[in-house]
Design a protein around this ligand. Structure first.
Ligand code: HEM
Length: 317
């Protein structure tokens, strides 16, 4: 059985490499690239990697889609496939967080920039005075503290939470992906990097919020209960709160909003925060490595099932 598996893995690897080389050869015979181009070797390597990846994905898809189970599903007209990216627990955390953060920004920024007309409008006309607006700021703060504690519990006690937390940890590959993205944007590479479950962009977003929450909640509590703390700590807390508050607001408005709203790939908004789902095309486009892993696991399952049935059949005989 193990030998069969090895053989089938070998067959797959050979097929991928053969198809890749065939496409490259055909392209070279049509394009007739100039020999003295020093970037040629890099470009060919780039294209080879990309082709091997795509051929691998296509192969897995072919195995999955041609299997009898899939054929039956097609007959039963199962709706187009979707992938559950985020569960209800994570989506609820995200919702509470963004509602709290919007409240905190709207009631916090006017305190930092009291001279602006919009600050007066928010505090006086909208909130009915400073007392009310600071009370609303504290309501938002309680929301954010609940999310912080909830998320720590989610990481500690939920299997999916733990898995995602470990996948969020930055790795050397993220630095490489960052530079590859820059090279792609400057037209120096044929394609951008391929991402797994979390790209370096999403990791940056996550850790900026994680770090920001520690600072904002820590310094906010010092200001809220200032009678418990020495004066110098209050001064440090206020400075940190004020500056990190602005930094967090800008990070959300520039980085996060671009990635989940303004980016042409998702404009006007990615709805994954609401239903938690991605369709097959979105999975292939945004998380091709995770997609490849899922499809490969499924095709492996199908092959194993086939082997099991064959084994049982030969045992019966
Ligand atoms: C994204 C989260 C937050 C943002 C953007 C934010 C923003 C701000 C800003 C800009 C100020 C004015 C600082 C200044 O005077 O220069 C402020 C004040 C304050 N914040 Fe926050 N804040 C956030 C979270 C929190 C949290 C979690 C707490 C409590 C745990 C908190 C408690 C306070 C308190 C006590 C003040 C002093 C004014 C008041 O009494 O309302 N803030 N906040």
């Amino acid at each position: 059985m193990a030998d069969d598996r090895k053989l089938s893995e070998e067959k797959r690897a050979n097929l991928i490499s053969e198809l890749t080389e065939e496409i490259l050869d055909t392209a070279a015979s049509i394009a007739e690239p100039e020999e003295d181009n020093e970037n040629l070797a890099n470009m060919i390597q780039d294209i080879r990697e990309r082709l091997s990846f795509e051929v691998n994905v296509l192969l897995n898809e072919a195995v999955t889609k041609l299997s009898p189970r899939k054929a039956l599903e097609r007959i039963a007209e199962v709706p187009k496939r979707t992938f559950q990216r985020f569960g209800i627990n994570f989506r609820a955390q995200h919702t509470l967080m963004f509602v709290s953060v919007i409240i905190l920004i709207i009631t916090g920024m006017p305190l930092k920039f009291p001279q602006l007309g919009i600050s007066k409008f928010i505090i006086v006309d909208l909130m009915g005075g400073l007392e009310n607006s600071t009370l609303v700021h504290r309501v938002g703060a309680v929301g954010l503290i609940i999310v912080g504690v909830w998320h720590l519990g989610y990481i500690a006690f939920s299997r999916v939470g733990r898995r995602d937390f470990f996948l969020m940890i930055p790795r050397p590959r993220d630095i490489r992906d960052f530079f590859r993205t820059l090279l792609f944007f400057f037209g120096r590479r044929a394609s951008g990097p391929k991402f797994g479950r979390f790209s370096f962009i999403e990791k940056f977003d996550y850790w900026a919020v994680y770090w920001g929450m520690v600072i904002m909640i820590g310094s906010g509590i010092i200001m809220w209960f200032k009678e418990w703390f020495p004066k110098y700590l209050y001064d440090i807390g206020r400075e940190a709160h004020s500056d990190e508050g602005l930094l967090a607001t800008l990070a959300i408005v520039i980085w996060h909003f671009y990635n989940v709203h303004l980016n042409p790939d998702v404009f006007p908004m990615s709805w994954v925060w609401w239903h938690g789902k991605l369709n097959e095309d979105e999975m292939k486009h945004h998380h091709p490595l995770e997609y490849a892993e899922i499809v490969e696991a499924e095709s492996r399952e199908i092959i194993e099932e086939k082997d099991r049935v064959a084994d049982t059949g030969s045992g019966d005989a």
